[in-house]
Write a protein that binds this ligand. Structure first.
Ligand SMILES: Cc1cc2nc3c(=O)[nH]c(=O)nc-3n(C[C@H](O)[C@H](O)[C@H](O)COP(=O)(O)OP(=O)(O)OC[C@H]3O[C@@H](n4cnc5c(N)ncnc54)[C@H](O)[C@@H]3O)c2cc1C
Length: 312
């Protein structure tokens, strides 16, 4: 007997749907690790109406969903994600500068580095800390991306989110808790837009600061291999990279993955690594550091599609 089409399948053939639905899309195409099995569907939405329609289909199908930005802080399991991976495109990639108040309203699907360049070209300061950080504005907000000196939360005037059922909601920047690589955004809310405060820049100074930051990255990070950036958060008063290095794990291999020889807090995809290769190295680093120092390394990277939690 023929089965009923799911709401998501029906949405695929709805001419009014302002987006694109790709079934069984490998998530390795959407992570900077270039690792990850398929999602049941990868759904690009170009508008709030399309986001609403996609979320309604997920609810009707009782299908789990996740928002994927640029996948630059994601390790997706080899089995993939048995749900819908949503991605913000179209109107979620717009920006609008308010020259009077020195602010920018920017869509969460905007690539962060494009915003950094635009801010620079318009003669503003405030986003230099983000130079060389991959990802989208939404991912940066969710993660409170930054350096040890500054993070995006310090620039936020307001953020708009979307939640299934309740729709759009606006937070003042001060309503959100911004801490090191973490925020208090509810898990069931999608960040769709934010307003950031900038400052008029002193000519020449931003360019020099951005160049110095980029040079530092190139010198210290293994940018020649796919990765997720820093795998672990730095424990209070310590550098995760130095701890991993000091227990002798720099260069340690598992399959195609390696704890970088250049920076031990990077686990790189050196040669067609699987997610399970990377997870093995993550657990190896956690075990050794705990054994030697009694410190539990907390992952900064987010995991998707894994059945088991990390052992530690
Ligand atoms: C080479 C390299 C260097 C890096 N350097 C830095 C650095 O200097 N500083 C730093 O902080 N990070 C760094 N990162 C990590 C990463 O770039 C940041 O965490 C980035 O902000 C993640 O953005 P994304 O769009 O790729 O998010 P994703 O990796 O796609 O998602 C990360 C998390 O955010 C959630 N999310 C994404 N978009 C939204 C949204 N619109 N609404 C709600 N939730 C959302 C996802 O569901 C997931 O939980 C680096 C990564 C790499 C590969």
């Amino acid at each position: 007997m023929a089965r009923h089409a799911s709401d998501l399948e029906l949405l695929r053939f709805d001419d009014e749907f302002d987006g694109e639905i790709r079934l069984d899309e490998p998530l390795s195409k959407h992570t900077t690790y270039r690792i990850g099995g398929p999602a049941k569907a990868f759904v690009l939405v170009n508008s709030v109406a399309a986001l609403n329609a996609a979320m309604a289909a997920c609810a009707a199908d009782e299908c789990p969903w996740v928002l994927v930005g640029k996948g630059s802080n994601l390790l997706v399991s080899d089995a993939g994600f048995p749900g819908v991976a949503l991605s913000l495109a179209g109107e979620f990639r717009n920006w609008n500068f308010d020259e009077a108040d020195h602010r920018v309203v920017v869509g969460a699907g905007t690539i962060l580095s494009r915003l950094v360049q635009e801010v620079f070209h318009r003669g503003y300061s405030g986003m230099e800390f983000a130079v060389g950080t991959p990802g989208t504005v939404g991912g940066a907000l969710r993660m409170n991306a930054g350096t040890k000196d500054d993070w995006i939360g310090s620039r936020v005037v307001s953020v708009t989110t979307f939640a299934p059922g309740t729709g759009l909601k606006r937070y003042a920047g001060s309503d959100i808790e911004w801490v090191y690589r973490s925020t208090s955004f509810p898990d069931d809310e999608i960040i769709v837009e934010c307003e950031l405060q900038l400052e008029p820049a002193v000519s020449g100074s931003i360019h020099d600061r951005m160049k110095a930051l980029l040079d530092k990255r190139k010198a210290s990070q293994p940018l020649e291999y796919p990765s997720c950036g820093s795998v672990f958060k730095n424990p209070e008063g310590h550098s995760a990279g130095q701890l991993i290095d000091s227990v002798g794990l720099k260069g340690s291999l598992c399959g195609g993955a390696q704890i970088s020889e250049k920076h031990a807090n990077f686990i790189v995809n050196k040669n067609n690594a699987s997610a399970s290769d990377v997870r093995t190295l993550i657990e190896r680093a956690q075990e050794k550091v705990k054994e030697h120092y009694g410190i539990e390394l907390q992952p900064e990277v987010k995991f998707l599609g894994f059945e088991e939690d990390l052992k530690i």
